[in-house]
Design a protein around this ligand. Sequence first.
Ligand code: DGL
Length: 281
Amino acid sequence: MIGVFDSGLGGLTVLRELTQRFRHADFIYLADHAHVPYGDRSSDEIVDFTRACVEDLFNRGARLALLGCNTATAVSLRRLQQQWLPQSKWAGTHNVLGIVAPTVEAATQTPWAVTSPQYPQKYNTDTIAVFGTTRTVSSGVYPEEIHKRCPKVTIVQQICSELAGAIEAKSPEAELEALVAEGCAGMLAQTQNMPPHRAILGCTHFPLVEHLFRRHLPPFTRILSQPDVVADSFEDYLVRRPHYLAGNEGGRLALLTTGDAADVSSKARVFWPDVAAFSKA
Ligand code: DGL
């Protein structure tokens, strides 16, 4: 069974891509609605909440947990992989993955294992806009990892601190659009109105309002689809480690939340009318 985690509903954008591609896999999704949004929380809180949710996924039978959350990945993945997991009872049999690495690979057209500029990407002078939560942006993970591989690329980061919370709160479209418009204007002010070549919606909630980003970004700017690139990379990973799918029947899916299951189910249906009901974790 594959576990997918997010602070809230955003990770469903990734989960949906995965369930469509991996019909032979079983999935369990855990959303931490008791603590959403994570974006403005302290690093220690984000690490603690993420670790608790990964433990829960492992206790329920997942052997691989994907953090379908940029904030959790940016702030806690390294600590979980390097400090917590090796000391835990799951060392050697289970793993935790994040979504920043595949996104950086796609944005730089460079494999994650390559950590220095290589021809031809070292001559890449594109501008890339990264929209994210406060914690994702302040972690600096996107500029740092992109610049290792493409040092001449210009990165413009834009915090959209209220957007994930507003999406979770079922805010009206006009309010969401105002927040997206403000974020896009802030980003364009940084580039002096030069359109970036690409935009990374670096929060898994943001693809839920991708149509609004499309409306407010210059037509020239391509939006990188994080759910797609994460699924591509996950596919490569699983092909090389098929044991993570051993015993899977295929097509089983459980949706869990640490919050109010009925309320979360109704919020999820705003974006996906056909989504299954959430249960209390
Ligand atoms: N969906 C999350 C992300 O990708 C975080 C949203 C939040 O909880 O602030 O960053």
